[in-house]
Design a binder for this molecule. Structure first.
Ligand SMILES: *Cc1c(COP(=O)(O)O)cnc(C)c1O
Length: 381
């Protein structure tokens, strides 16, 4: 089955009792047993719920995995992965990690004796340098947020294989439409399904997808034991979102390309960060491991004035100034004062998050309306 068919049919079956084409929202916490232990596969909805099962099977299908697991949020999914580790274990991760992931690693899991190394993974030599006998896991985001750096996932898989590490890829930005980490050698794919998979800014959810049965069993145990599961209504919404992932991602990518080029030629714009440009430092890797470049991009303003960025953001009308990304509507953000505000100015500027940097999640509206919106706002600075 090809990807565009998998998003609609992968892992799905019509409801066996009624023929319902979409799985019903099984809004139940428990299931009747005819005799103790004699049930129809479901005992309690933390452990399993049929609507969640339908979603989990769909997730496995679209990422070319064998097992999917859905969680209450992206961070709950990451939390479950980290619980595979023991005190004393070490993790190597991208240095411009999603802020919430950084906070979870650095404040919660560090306290339990896990050590994290944050390295610039766009040069994979930095990964090899940080490996020692305690290293157990590589945590990779590609493209990264908000600088849109690209990490060579095949190379990461080689390094993981040689050193017996678990390779985890946060595939939230790319989605399986653009990039399939399991095919490139990753052991585990993680999603904030809140973003593109859900796609409509109406749900918070996380997901994990793996190929290996043993690893899946460990994660199912953690999912049930720790209990950060998602409810049936949210499972239904994300399953519905996934059915249009391919058409949405195609339009996100087209609009992203148009806006990246528009901004690149604008006299008031400094740099545009978008992996589709030939002069992007990792363009060749992006081209080899992704089938397109998506709708996420960042840009700075000439003169790099904080007030100018604020003025542009306050005056965008089609783009909504908001946290999050990946929905059908275009969103804008100011990393220096929003997502990256807790990072000291000097630190954030080292990774490129300067005062005038603006991040866009380009939606699927009409391209010309989006460009006109940017044009009007940029006139004011
Ligand atoms: C949003 C996001 C997360 C966290 O997911 P939540 O659903 O907000 O908990 C993790 N990684 C990336 C890349 C994200 O964008």
């Amino acid at each position: 089955m090809k990807f565009n068919t998998k998003v609609i049919h992968g892992g799905q079956q019509h409801d066996p009792s009624t023929g319902a084409v979409m799985p019903p929202i099984y809004q139940t916490s428990t299931y009747a047993q005819s005799s103790p232990g004699d049930h129809k596969g479901y005992e309690y909805s933390r452990t399993g719920n049929p609507t969640r099962t339908a979603l989990e099977n769909g997730l496995a299908s679209i990422e070319n995995g064998n097992f999917g697991l859905a969680f209450a949020s992206g961070l709950a999914a990451i939390d479950a992965v980290m619980k595979l580790l023991q005190p004393g274990d070490e993790v190597i991760c991208t240095n411009d990690l999603y802020g919430g992931t950084f906070r979870l690693f650095n404040t919660i899991f560090q306290k339990f004796g896990i050590k994290f190394h944050f390295v610039g993974m766009d040069n994979t030599v930095n990964i090899e340098k940080a490996i020692n006998n305690n290293t157990k896991l590589l945590w990779v985001e590609s493209p990264t947020n908000p600088m849109l750096n690209i990490i060579d996932l095949k190379k990461c898989a080689e390094i993981s294989e040689q050193n017996n590490l678990l390779l985890v890829v946060d595939n939230t930005f790319a989605t399986p439409y653009l990039q399939k980490p399991l095919d490139l050698g990753a052991d585990l794919v993680m999603h904030s399904a809140t973003k593109y998979l859900g796609g409509h800014s109406d749900v918070v959810m996380g997901a994990l997808i793996v190929k290996d049965k043993e690893l899946a069993d460990k994660l199912y145990f953690i999912q049930n034991a720790s209990g950060a599961v998602c409810g049936p209504m949210d499972s239904f919404l994300v399953l519905r979102g996934i059915k249009t992932l391919h058409v949405r991602m195609q339009r996100h990518s087209e609009n992203g390309r148009a806006i990246a080029h528009y901004l690149k030629n604008h006299p008031k714009v400094g740099k545009v960060y978008w992996p589709g440009f030939e002069d992007h430092p990792n363009h060749d890797i992006a081209k080899s491991q992704m089938s397109g470049f998506g709708g996420m991009l960042s840009f700075s303003l000439r003169g790099n004035k904080y007030e100018d960025a604020i003025k542009v953001l306050e005056n965008l009308k089609v783009f909504t100034l908001a946290e999050s990304l990946g929905g059908v509507e275009s969103l804008s953000g100011h990393p220096a004062s929003m997502t990256h505000a807790s990072i000291p100015k000097e630190e954030r500027e080292k990774t490129g998050v300067i005062d005038s940097l603006i991040r866009l999640s380009v939606g699927i509206e009409d391209e010309n309306d989006l460009i006109t919106d940017l044009e009007e706002a940029l006139k004011l600075v």
